[in-house]
Design a protein around this ligand. Structure first.
Ligand SMILES: C[S@@+](CC[C@H](N)C(=O)[O-])C[C@H]1O[C@@H](n2cnc3c(N)ncnc32)[C@H](O)[C@@H]1O
Length: 413
């Protein structure tokens, strides 16, 4: 109550001089014992800086549905991705690491008649069928003379994919654009037989690559208890991981898990009612499924390794755009980009190791391309999204799958 009578200058002084008073006052502000305006909070450094840039692009749902159909996979942040690869220099070669139904790729191909080489990679044969049909229809209706290579390959093998094309120019010079649109496609989530969805009953599979040997069922039924707990904690960020680990170990003694329904039943029983009823257990189930999927597909290690390989595979001036869907992925993209341009966020931000010609060159690009806001300069590349770009409000409303998307872009110098 006494704190409520403190004037703003005194508050600023107190906050900067004593860490214990800082905690007390900050708590009082968040409990509304002290009320401050947003400006005052900003002055005190109490407003969290928004660590993203919301896209201001229009999301035209009707034309998207006309192009992709309402039931199939709608590409996320399509306009933003097209902007990234529509820089002043021409796009001669492009690799889509996560081809899916070729939603992004078909638009890149039709928007770039100058494109000479296109490589599309995906580990899922179902995606390939859809992608090939869509790419063929774009090729027939346009004037593109692009050479298309689609490969059933993990993107961690991007370098061997480029070699496999046998195209000397690509091997010698590198590629101009690379896209990664991480996570699952709607085709995968909507098919209960793949085991990705918390909403349907199906086998505990969760493999993106049906040829891979490890399934979610193997983890639940035979990995050491402590490893199961670890993935729930680290990959699912699930606070109730200890209880879940214990109950999973107990369930093994009575036959184990054979379907997503078995796992969902356990989660439903274990999640305390205080956690918000159906909403609560579905949220827990979503985190558990995320953890299992990441482990089954070794997603985080694959992502990190692949980002380095992708950067190596770029031609000078080439760009990588990555769309991620959860904080673990986004953190890896952010950190790996920083590591590629060498160093911590602070010294890279100060342009350490980066000469003034490079800074000037990137500043010129920034002037030409309105979507680029804040850049992080490095000695061998520049991060064109100091903060990730997130979908426009309209896209979030009209395509729920886009809600957690974050787009980050790096350019090789
Ligand atoms: C979100 S979807 C891509 C959708 C695509 N951009 C579109 O617009 O149609 C992600 C795709 O990446 C594939 N995928 C995930 N991890 C992969 C990996 N490590 N290597 C290759 N493909 C992968 C999945 O099988 C899935 O088809």
């Amino acid at each position: 109550m006494v704190a409520a009578m403190i004037s703003l200058p005194k508050l600023i002084h107190t906050l900067s001089s004593s860490s214990s008073s800082t905690k007390t006052i900050t708590r009082a502000i968040s409990n509304n014992i002290i009320t401050l305006s947003k400006k005052e909070k900003q002055k005190l450094g109490l407003v969290k800086e928004k660590r993203r840039t919301r896209s201001d692009k229009e999301f035209d749902k009707d034309s998207i549905i006309e192009r992709y159909g309402s039931s199939s996979h709608i590409p996320v942040m399509l306009t933003e991705v097209l902007d990234v690869f529509s820089s002043s220099s021409s796009l001669n070669s492009f690799v889509d690491c996560t081809l899916g139904a070729a939603g992004h790729s078909s638009a890149v191909i039709s928007g770039h008649p100058e494109l000479k080489y296109f490589i599309g990679m995906d580990v899922d044969p179902v995606a390939h069928k859809m992608a090939q049909a869509r790419i063929n229809s774009v090729l027939h209706s346009g004037d593109s003379s692009v050479k298309v290579f689609t490969m059933l390959k993990n993107f961690r093998h991007i370098k061997s994919a480029i070699i496999e094309t046998g195209e000397e120019k690509l091997m010698a010079n590198g590629v101009d654009g690379i896209l990664m649109d991480l996570g699952m496609s709607s085709m995968q989530v909507d098919n209960p037989q793949r085991g990705f969805s918390v909403l349907g009953d199906g086998p505990l599979d969760m493999r993106m690559d049906p040829q891979a040997s490890l399934k979610a069922e193997d983890i639940l039924n035979s990995w050491p208890d402590s490893e199961v707990g670890r993935i729930l904690r680290d990959y699912g960020e699930e606070s109730n991981w200890r209880t879940l680990q214990k109950k999973i170990a107990q369930a093994r003694l009575t036959g184990g898990f054979h379907s997503t329904g078995d796992l969902l039943d356990l989660i439903r029983r274990v999640t305390p009612a205080a956690r918000g009823g159906r909403q609560g257990w579905i949220k827990t189930a979503t985190r558990v499924f995320q953890a299992l999927r990441i482990a089954v597909n070794d997603e985080l290690k694959t992502l990190e390794d692949s980002l380095y390989s992708c950067f190596d595979s770029l031609a000078p001036g080439g760009r990588i755009a990555v769309i991620s869907f959860h904080s673990l992925e986004d953190r890896i993209v952010k950190q790996t980009f920083l590591d590629i341009v060498k160093g911590s966020e602070e010294n890279v931000a100060q342009g350490e190791g980066c000469n003034s010609d490079l800074i000037k060159a990137i500043d010129e690009i920034k002037e030409k391309e309105a979507w680029i806001r804040n850049v992080i300069h490095g000695s061998n590349g520049a991060i064109l999204t100091k903060r990730p770009i997130t979908p426009s409000g309209d896209e979030e409303k009209l395509n729920r799958r886009s809600r957690s998307a974050k787009l980050r872009v790096i350019q090789k110098i």
